[in-house]
Design a protein. Structure first.
Length: 245
């Protein structure tokens, strides 16, 4: 799987970034065709999501990574570090709002609705009964523990069955470009072996298929970059107006 941007060199030995680094490596080492964006703020007033992941033929996922040891104490979420315990914001709300923002950005950039599966991931923890119960009772996000075999476990999430229009190679290209319009990449980065040639035949061109294309309803609309950039403008309320699905 293609992951961009590169994981920053100065973070590779930062103890607070090791959970993100391991998740990044798990994605980039996956042979599954797809594309992932690291650190995404899909619309300006939404929270950042750690990874927006498109698995070709399956679904789009918004993954929030919470490293370290986390606990739930009444209404409070606590992060325990070597420096002590600190109260942190609710990761469920953060994950949900960031996933909605991906959905909003894709709708603006492509004119098409997409189903975004929100995932809250605790890479450093074994299952915690209290957190598990609270997240399941809330019902908005999916909960995963550990980063091993991450792609397989994402595909196995029950919510994947709700995706009635799994993204093909062209849709992955269009949706990634809608979320990060300045990105320039080939469809081959997101495609299965041989898929790029099929896309070239369908489009009637032998030139690289670039990320600023909008492939809607299985046809190609080539847009100027300044038109695409209009979709980065948003209103404060939009992140909460739609379900992630």
């Amino acid at each position: 799987m293609k992951v961009t941007p590169e994981f920053p060199a100065h973070r590779r030995k930062d103890p607070t970034r090791q959970a993100e680094r391991r998740v990044y490596n798990e994605l980039v080492n996956s042979p599954r065709p797809g594309y992932a964006l690291y650190e995404v703020r899909a619309i300006s007033r939404a929270p950042e999501i750690d990874f927006a992941v498109w698995i070709q033929g399956v679904a789009c996922y918004g993954i929030q990574v919470k490293g370290g040891q986390n606990t739930k104490d009444g209404p409070s979420w606590l992060l325990h570090t070597v420096d002590g315990t600190e109260e942190v914001s609710c990761p469920i709300q953060q994950t949900w709002d960031a996933a909605l923002a991906i959905k909003t950005a894709v709708k603006r950039g492509t004119g098409r609705r997409t189903y975004v599966i929100p995932v809250l991931l605790f890479p450093d923890m074994l299952p915690d009964r209290e957190i598990q119960h609270f997240v399941e009772s809330d019902g908005r996000v999916n909960l995963l523990w550990g980063e091993e075999d991450l792609i397989t476990r994402l595909i196995a999430l029950p919510e994947t069955d709700k995706v009635y229009n799994p993204p093909d190679a062209g849709q992955v290209v269009a949706e990634v470009a809608a979320v990060r319009p300045a990105l320039d990449f080939d469809a081959a980065d997101a495609a299965e072996p041989g898929t790029e040639a099929k896309e070239h035949r369908r489009l009637g061109t032998d030139r690289p298929i670039r990320g600023r294309m909008d492939l809607t309803a299985r046809q190609v609309v080539i847009q100027r970059a300044d038109v695409v950039n209009v979709y980065t403008v948003d209103s404060p309320a939009e992140a909460g107006e739609e379900d992630a699905g």
